[in-house]
Design a binder for this molecule. Structure first.
Ligand code: GRG
Length: 299
């Protein structure tokens, strides 16, 4: 893979996502400091990885031919919705009661810029808006089957809630049992980080009308990608000398496995992700490249 070629393909899809976010998400228009806090949270150079993944999964799974461009529009609401959920999670994760972070993406975190009340409400507004965007038929092509929209709403609720991201975060902050070994650390991150990656990959496939076998392959892909991404994140923290988890919190992967084994595990997971979508053909090239990129990323 040529890295600048991948960067170019990602940048093109990111630009698409920025346009769709601006078009579909109304939460930044809320009056006063609430709207400003929402806009602040949504800006700042996020990688938009999850929505890009929705689009890449659609492109991998769609049969192509007549109507492809219209069908692809059905992938836009889940792409926007998952970024809104991700953004809310970062705002709430930075709050004093959670990670207590002063900065996010090199700028003041939302509560540092606008105060805790505004940040809590901005997160609430983003989460609620995610489901409004996902459920609103006006965001989809006119011939979109209603069950697709319903199934996407259920899938995002499962990924974002107590069986997914919120459940993983609860373990992370010590509300739901100890983390002592690689297996329980995997379970934490499958919830906290992985569930939104799985949703993204599967939602792209759902929008493309993929077969159950292909949806299962995309689920495996998202699961392995999510873990590889998280391990790479821990390795990056180590390289940047970022403060580790608070005393008493769960260990990082390098703390548990060592740096070399963590890197090797991330590469192994990327290989499993790539293998899961091997049968999709050349349309899955971006998914494959993304898996390796996530495991070996530098930001
Ligand atoms: C508060 C309910 C709740 C959940 C928080 C996702 C999360 C759960 C916390 C984020 C903490 C964190 C730094 C996790 C490590 C991996 C991760 C999800 C990093 C942030 O995602 P990126 O790198 O961020 O995609 P950008 O800024 O590019 O959007």
């Amino acid at each position: 893979m040529n890295p600048s070629d991948l960067e170019e393909r990602l940048a093109r899809r990111r630009a698409e996502v920025e346009r769709d976010l601006a078009h579909l998400c109304t939460a930044g228009q809320a009056p006063g400091r609430l709207g400003e806090a929402v806009a602040h949270a949504l800006e700042g150079g996020g990688k938009r990885l999850r929505p890009v993944l929705v689009l890449a999964a659609f492109d991998a799974a769609d049969r192509g031919g007549p109507g492809a461009a219209s069908r692809r529009r059905a992938a836009i609401p889940p792409a926007v919705a998952v970024e809104l959920v991700h953004t809310y999670s970062l705002v709430h994760d930075d709050l004093p009661a959670m990670d207590d972070d002063d900065t996010r993406r090199g700028r003041p975190s939302c509560h540092r810029a606008y105060g805790e009340a505004a940040a809590i409400l901005a997160g609430d507004a983003l989460l609620t808006e995610a489901f409004r965007v996902l459920a609103d038929p006006r965001g989809y092509p006119p011939d979109t089957p209603a069950p697709l929209v319903r199934d996407l709403v259920v899938a995002l609720a499962e990924a974002a809630g107590h069986r997914g991201m919120v459940g993983g975060q609860a373990v992370d902050v010590g509300l739901a049992g100890p983390v002592r070994d690689a297996e329980s650390l995997d379970a934490l991150h499958r919830g906290k980080t992985g569930a939104l990656f799985v949703f993204s990959a599967v939602a792209g496939g759902m929008a493309a009308g993929a077969t159950p076998e292909r949806l299962a392959a995309l689920r495996t892909y998202g699961d392995r990608l999510g873990l590889a991404f998280q391990i790479a994140d821990d390795v990056l923290d180590l390289a940047q000398d970022a403060p580790g988890e608070e005393a008493g919190g769960p260990p990082s992967y390098p703390a548990l496995l060592g740096e070399a084994d963590s890197r090797a595990r991330a590469r192994q997971l990327a290989g499993e992700a790539a293998a899961a979508v091997e049968g999709f053909g050349p349309g899955a090239a971006l998914l494959v490249d993304l898996a390796w990129h996530a495991a070996e990323r530098r930001r």
